[in-house]
Design a protein around this ligand. Structure first.
Ligand SMILES: Nc1ncnc2c1ncn2[C@@H]1O[C@H](COP(=O)(O)OP(=O)(O)O)[C@@H](O)[C@H]1O
Ligand SMILES: [Mg+2]
Length: 514
C-alpha cells in the first residue's frame, strides 16, 4: 500500500498517460443522444443485466511493444461443426472442410482430414464427434472398415444396424465391383465409355496388384512388375468384356482371375506373346500362387463372391465391422481394409447428400508395403473427384511410408500422400515422434512442442493444422450423448472390481487398453 503504480513507473522513467479531460461539446458529438450501454431501462427496449466482460488495459506505446503484434490467431469462418475451443482466442473452433475449400480466405484446397496421435489420445472420439455434429448439415458417413467394432454403438444410436464382416458371417463383398459407374453402359458415348473403362479397370488392377504384393516371399514382397500388370490387365479386359462389348460390363470375382491364370485360353497366350501354354504357366507360377492365396487364404468366403450387402444411402451412417477378422492376424485385417477402401471408393452413388468416408486405423493397411500405400493413395485420389470428405486416422506420419521403407525417396512418397489432406489434426505424441512431425509435416519447433507437450496432458487436446495455420484446440465431448458413444475404455473399466475408487477408474492408462 502507499504509492500508486504511476508513481512507481515514474521512478523508472515511464509516464502513464492520463485520461483526457477535455470533453467534446455536446453539439459536436456524432451521436448526441446515444443511450447508455445498458440501453433504455424499459420493457422491450434492450436492457442488459450485466456488462460484457471486456478487460481494459492502459499503457504507453513503449510498453505495448511487449504485446505486439496483438496476436489473437487468424479466425476461421463460423460455419460447420463446432469442434472444441481455440485455446488462443477462447473462441469456438469450427470445422467445415467443404466451406473452407470454397472460401478463398482459408488456405485449403481439398476437404480431406488426416488425424494423427498416440493410441488412446482421442482420434476416434474426435471423428465420432465430428460425424455427430456434421449430420445436422445433412452429411452421411461411411465407415470403411471398423477393426474394433467401435462405431457400432454410434450406428445403433442412429437406428442403423452395422454390417458385420468375417468368417462365418453371411455378408459377402466383392472388391472388384465396378460400382455405379457401370450403370447405363449401353447408352454411353465412345469417349465416356473409354473414360469409365480406364477408371474401373485401373482400380481393379491397382487393388489386385496391392493384394498380391502384400504377400511375402521369405523376407521380400511378391513382385508385381510390368509383366504381371500386363497379364492381370489382359485378364480383366477379357473377363469383363470391357473393351469388346458395349452392351454391359460383366461383373467378375477374384476366383475367376485365378481360374483364367490356371487354365489360360490360346487367345491370352498369344496376346501376351508367350510361345506356348507351358512357358506361360512356368513364367506365371509365382503370380498364380499369390492369386491362389487370395482365393484360399484367410479372406476366403468374404471377398471372393458377389456382394450381398446393400448400402442404405438414406441412413446417416453405415459401418462395416471387422473385429471378427482380428483373430486371423494383422495381415488379414490390412488386406480386408484394402478391399473395403477400394470397394467403398467405387460404391459411390450419385446422390444429393454429401458423404464423409472414414478410414480409421489405416496404418494396419499401410504397413503391408508400398503396394498398399499406392492403393490407398489411388483411392483417395479417385474419391477426390466425388468431392467426399475423406478422414484417415493413423498413429504417426511415418505410417504413410509403408513397411520397411526408409530414406529420402520413401519420405517423398509419404509427403506426397500427406498432401492429399490439407487439414491435419495432431493429437499428443511421444517425443520420439518429434522427428516425424518436423520432417514429414514440416512443423516448426513451437508446434512440435505443443504436440509432444500440451496435447499429451489432456484427452481431446490437439493441434489443428488448417493448411499452414495452426490452432491449439481442446475438444469437449457431450457428457451424456457423445462420451458414452466414444468410450473405447469400456472393456477395461468393465473388468475393474467395484471397490476401485472412481478417480483410479478414470485414470486407467490408455496403453492398457490394447
Ligand atoms: N475429448 C475427450 N474428452 C474426454 N474423453 C475423451 C476425449 N477423447 C477421447 N476420450 C476418451 O478416451 C478414450 C480413448 O479415445 P479414442 O478416441 O478411442 O482414442 P484413439 O482413437 O486415439 O486410440 C475413449 O474412452 C474416449 O471416450
Ligand atoms: Mg481409435
Amino acid at each position: 500500500m502507499g504509492r500508486s503504480i504511476d508513481r512507481l513507473l515514474a521512478d523508472f522513467g515511464h509516464t502513464l498517460p492520463t485520461t483526457p479531460t477535455t470533453q467534446r461539446a455536446k453539439s459536436q458529438r456524432v451521436f448526441p443522444s446515444a443511450p447508455s450501454w445498458r440501453g433504455r431501462p424499459k420493457k422491450g427496449a434492450g436492457w442488459v443485466a450485466s456488462r460484457p466482460p471486456v478487460r481494459r488495459y492502459r499503457m504507453t506505446s513503449d510498453q505495448a511493444g511487449v504485446f505486439w503484434p496483438f496476436l489473437t490467431g487468424t479466425p476461421l469462418p463460423v460455419s460447420g461443426a463446432p469442434m472444441g475451443t481455440d485455446m488462443l482466442s477462447g473462441a469456438t473452433f469450427y470445422v467445415d472442410p467443404h466451406g473452407w475449400v470454397l472460401d478463398d480466405a482459408v488456405p485449403v484446397t481439398n476437404p480431406n482430414i488426416f488425424v494423427f496421435g498416440k493410441p488412446g489420445r482421442g482420434k476416434s472420439a474426435w471423428v465420432k464427434a465430428f460425424l455427430n455434429r456434421m449430420f445436422a448439415f445433412g452429411y452421411q458417413a461411411l465407415i470403411l472398415g471398423d477393426p474394433k467394432d467401435e462405431y457400432e454403438p454410434m450406428c445403433r444410436h442412429f437406428g442403423v444396424e452395422p454390417i458385420s464382416i468375417g468368417p462365418g458371417q453371411p455378408a459377402r463383398l466383392n472388391p472388384l465391383d465396378p460400382g455405379p459407374l457401370a450403370t447405363d453402359w449401353n447408352h454411353l458415348t465412345r469417349a465416356e465409355h473409354s473414360r469409365r473403362v480406364g477408371i474401373i479397370l485401373g482400380r481393379q488392377l491397382q487393388l489386385l496388384s496391392s493384394l498380391i504384393s502384400a504377400q511375402t516371399l521369405g523376407e521380400a514382397k511378391v513382385p508385381v512388375g510390368p509383366t504381371e500388370a500386363q497379364i492381370l490387365r489382359r485378364i480383366l479386359e477379357h473377363l469383363t468384356h470391357a473393351t469388346t462389348d458395349t452392351r454391359g460390363l460383366r461383373p467378375i470375382v477374384i476366383p475367376e482371375i485365378w481360374q483364367h491364370l490356371h487354365s489360360p485360353d490360346q487367345q491370352l497366350i498369344t496376346d501376351l506373346r508367350y510361345s506356348d501354354r507351358e512357358s506361360f504357366l512356368r513364367d506365371t507360377r509365382l503370380l498364380r500362387d499369390a492369386v491362389a492365396q487370395l482365393v484360399s487364404g484367410p479372406l476366403v468366403g468374404i471377398f471372393d463372391a458377389p456382394t450381398t450387402i446393400r448400402i442404405d444411402w438414406d441412413a446417416p451412417i453405415q459401418s462395416l465391422s471387422l473385429s471378427r477378422l482380428m483373430a486371423l492376424g494383422d495381415d488379414a485385417i490390412g488386406m480386408a481394409l484394402m478391399c473395403l477402401n477400394s470397394w467403398g471408393t467405387a460404391a459411390r452413388q450419385t446422390s444429393q447428400r454429401r458423404r464423409i468416408n472414414v478410414r480409421d486405423e489405416v496404418w494396419r493397411q499401410l504397413r503391408l508395403g508400398t503396394g498398399a500405400v499406392a492403393s490407398f493413395d489411388a483411392d483417395l485420389r479417385l474419391s477426390r473427384s466425388n468431392g467426399d470428405i475423406e478422414i484417415a486416422n493413423a498413429h504417426k506420419p511415418s505410417d504413410y511410408l509403408g513397411a520397411g521403407h526408409a530414406g529420402s525417396q520413401a519420405q517423398q512418397i509419404a509427403k506426397d500422400l500427406l498432401h492429399l489432406a490439407d487439414t491435419r489434426i495432431l493429437f499428443g505424441q511421444d517425443p520420439e515422434i518429434a522427428d516425424d512431425l518436423e520432417h514429414l509435416l514440416d512443423l516448426g519447433p513451437t508446434a512440435r512442442d505443443v504436440v509432444t507437450g500440451w496435447a499429451m496432458n489432456g484427452k481431446g487436446r490437439a493441434l489443428a493444422c488448417v493448411g499452414p495455420r495452426h490452432y491449439k484446440v481442446a475438444l469437449t465431448l457431450h457428457p451424456d450423448l457423445e462420451a458414452p458413444l466414444t468410450d473405447t475404455n469400456q472393456n477395461i473399466t468393465r473388468n475393474i472390481p467395484p471397490n476401485v475408487p472412481p478417480n483410479v477408474r478414470a485414470n486407467v492408462p490408455p496403453e492398457a487398453r490394447r
